[in-house]
Design a binder for this molecule. Structure first.
Ligand code: FAD
Length: 457
């Protein structure tokens, strides 16, 4: 990248927030996606919306490509600049601008860490439910761009259920305000919802207004062991069929259970096929009734052990089994390929079985965990990217897993986004007409194609 262009950027954001030394560029050359690395030409850290707007206008004028970046925790290669362009990193924009207790909204700058918002609103008796496993690191802007889910998705939904307003900087530097604090708004196309999940390809979010809800009065956490996978899967379907909607209904398979136990020593059994982590919350009477109903359904499906947390500390310990699943798997081999296959809930048992059979067929170690209540599974291949043969087999296996996912009426990604990692599967899922509409939308927002090029399609 030319020195004169870097100087022009530094005149906008300040020299100390314009990074072009090789060490810094190396740090921003990867994210949480395995196998993908590419150094940007320069990294800028703007401090406010106006600086983002000026950076975008400068880059668009010069035809320089820009990749927005929050904390780089995405799992689809979305925050890597593959053409030596500008990485626009948002960590300086980390202020909670307002918690409006009358309208039950919070407005934040894009770089606010998700769990910081949780803490601040919960101190006021309010609740922002989306809780991705990465919530202690991920930014709100990244959550919106990926439409992140979390462990509470079954009852409370995902990020787009909470986004009410956005301030977005377009590719040419114009500022677009969509939505706001109003609960109802049907004026024209729903641009808010279109921008959620756009993976940094349509605009750069600078401010986000989200809906808050009252904090649930109480919750109960349960951990249930199942000797057989099918019983666990049937339990999931039957809990929902009984009109009980837990806040959390998470699944760990045998491989994951073993890795979690080796890592966290939480007392998980090593001789069962599956463990479910279940959490119900709300009014105390409702919580008691739901927990009793869940217990009886689990027992009817021959669970071998049913544990209810007796205290907040014990609840945290039980939840740890699921919260640490990815870290526990990731320490087994040097490379972790975490996928995001999502199927209708009724297909969980056949899907997990198919993943296990595919792992055997390709001689791979794959652990599966995930949001069973949402049908959102994370088959996680523990491998080593220095072993090309094994990596090739891993990709073949995931190709078959995604074929089956689509055939079951599912999707290639429930929450991690397409990025570059999954774009080869997208045509099969959305078809040529889907791709044509998406390309048209991209062209309308970013005619010169400078925002996060090469991502999604
Ligand atoms: C251990 C671990 C656990 C995880 N658990 C979950 C989970 O439970 N649920 C889940 O959904 N995901 C999960 N993820 C994935 C990831 O954390 C989420 O996608 C998260 O939202 C990314 O946030 P980020 O700030 O790191 O964004 P980044 O990774 O920096 O960026 C993600 C995408 O958003 C774009 N982007 C970032 N900021 C902006 C902005 N201001 N404007 C426009 N575009 C922007 C980037 O260009 C990129 O395409 C997990 C990841 C890890 C490593």
């Amino acid at each position: 990248m030319e020195d004169s262009f870097i100087k022009a950027l530094s005149e906008i954001v300040g020299a100390q927030y314009t990074l072009s030394d090789p060490e810094s560029l190396a740090c921003y050359g990867y994210d949480s996606t395995p196998e993908l690395q590419s150094r940007p030409g320069v990294v800028v850290l703007p401090g406010n919306s106006e600086e983002i707007a000026r950076v975008m206008a400068l880059c668009e004028g010069a035809g320089v490509r820009v990749t927005p970046r929050g904390s780089g925790t995405n799992l689809s290669g979305g925050s890597i600049s593959f053409d030596s362009g500008v990485v626009l990193q948002t960590s300086r924009m980390n202020r909670i601008l307002e918690i409006d207790e009358e309208n039950l909204t919070a407005t934040v700058e894009t770089g606010v860490i998700t769990s910081t918002l949780h803490r601040e609103v919960e101190a006021k008796g309010l609740f922002y439910p989306p809780d991705p496993g990465s919530m202690n690191i991920s930014t709100m802007g990244g959550n919106v761009a990926e439409n992140s889910g979390g462990l509470r998705g079954l009852k409370y939904g995902v990020t787009d259920d909470y986004v009410m307003g956005l301030k977005t900087i377009l590719a040419n530097g114009e500022i677009l305000k969509t939505g706001g604090k109003v609960v109802k708004d049907v004026a024209g196309y729903n641009l808010n919802q279109l921008l959620v999940s756009s993976e940094g390809t349509l605009g750069v979010f600078s401010e986000i207004t989200v809906k808050l809800i009252p904090k649930p009065q109480t919750k109960k956490t349960m951990l249930v062991h199942f000797p057989q996978l099918e019983q666990a899967a049937l339990t999931v379907s039957h809990i929902i069929a009984a009109r009980i909607i837990p806040a959390t209904l998470e699944f760990l398979d045998r491989t994951t259970i073993k890795c979690v136990e080796d890592y966290a020593h939480v007392g998980l059994p090593l001789d069962v096929d599956a463990v479910l982590l279940i959490e119900v919350d709300g009014h105390p009477a409702q919580v008691e009734e739901d927990a009793a109903g869940i217990r009886s359904i689990c027992e009817r499906h021959h669970c071998s052990f049913f544990q209810t947390a007796a205290s907040t500390e014990e609840a945290l310990k039980l939840a740890t089994a699921r919260r640490v699943a990815l870290s526990a798997l990731a320490r087994v081999r040097p490379t972790t390929i975490l996928e995001d296959a999502t199927v209708p809930r009724s297909c969980i048992a056949p899907m997990v079985k198919l993943i296990q059979d595919t792992a055997k067929k390709y001689d791979l170690l794959i652990g599966t965990f995930g949001h069973a209540g949402d049908g959102n599974l994370h088959p996680t291949c523990l491998t080593d990217e220095r072993n090309p043969d094994e990596i090739k087999r891993a990709h073949q296996a995931f190709g078959e897993i995604f074929e089956a996912t689509i055939a079951m009426g599912g999707t290639i990604t429930g929450e991690h986004g397409v990025g570059v990692a999954k774009k080869k599967y997208l045509p099969k899922l959305v078809g040529e007409s889907g791709l044509k509409v998406m390309r048209g939308i991209k062209g309308a927002f970013d005619p010169r194609g400078i925002l996060n090029p090469g991502k999604i399609f």
